[in-house]
Design a protein around this ligand. Structure first.
Ligand code: ZN
Length: 202
């Protein structure tokens, strides 16, 4: 997606509030990654609910996915409703070898400045909060694009808004998950502060 900067400015000038589409990667019948007795879908649903509650408390309009819907249905619903200055944040936990560690975000192949900035801020804040590596450092200080993902192209990157996919940490790494559990509450408030400026259009 290549967002025309002029259109982005128009949205701001018209004071259209940006909304957050917050999606739990993996629905009720799709566990996603499973390791260490944990299921990715249960973790992302819980994280989505906590983040949504915290952002709604600050006046942000948060639209969440239906846990009965699969990815294709979510993408279709979001694509129908989203506006160019809205944010779509898709929550995931990473999976690899037990030693792989850290947090990172993915953005579309032709990412907007907003997408890259938000992705970098989320990874930086999450890494500091959980005291785990910011994996953007292994990628020249940038988020990976969908082309660097396992799939090459991600359907969730197609709705016409700002799209960021956050891999919170590694489900397959016991130390990452311990850090996530230990810092969960701080992580919610830190992420709320990080995301809020992108949604509050003054
Ligand atoms: Zn996932």
């Amino acid at each position: 997606m290549n967002l025309d900067p002029l259109f982005e400015e128009m949205g701001r000038n018209l004071q259209i509030p940006a909304r957050l589409f917050l999606r739990a990667g993996h629905h009720r019948d799709d566990p996603g990654a499973v390791a260490n007795g944990l299921k990715e879908n249960e973790l992302t649903i819980a994280l989505r609910n906590d983040l949504a509650q915290a952002l709604k408390a600050r006046g942000v309009v948060v639209l969440v996915d239906d846990d009965a819907d699969d990815l294709a249905t979510d993408v279709q619903k979001i694509a129908q409703q989203c506006r160019p200055n809205d944010i779509l944040l898709d929550l995931h936990f990473n999976a690899a070898s037990p030693r792989a560690t850290g947090t990172e975000c993915l953005v579309p192949l032709a990412a907007s400045r907003t997408e890259v900035n938000l992705a970098n801020e989320i990874a930086k804040a999450a890494a500091q909060c959980m005291q785990i590596p910011n994996r953007h450092h292994y990628n020249g200080g940038l988020p990976k694009t969908e082309a660097q993902s396992h799939h090459g192209r991600l359907a969730i990157m197609r709705p016409n808004c700002h799209n960021v996919l956050w891999e919170v940490c590694f489900l397959t790494n016991a130390a990452d998950m311990a850090a996530y559990a230990a810092h969960h509450r701080t992580l919610i408030s830190t992420l709320t502060h990080t995301i809020f400026p992108y949604l509050h259009v003054a």
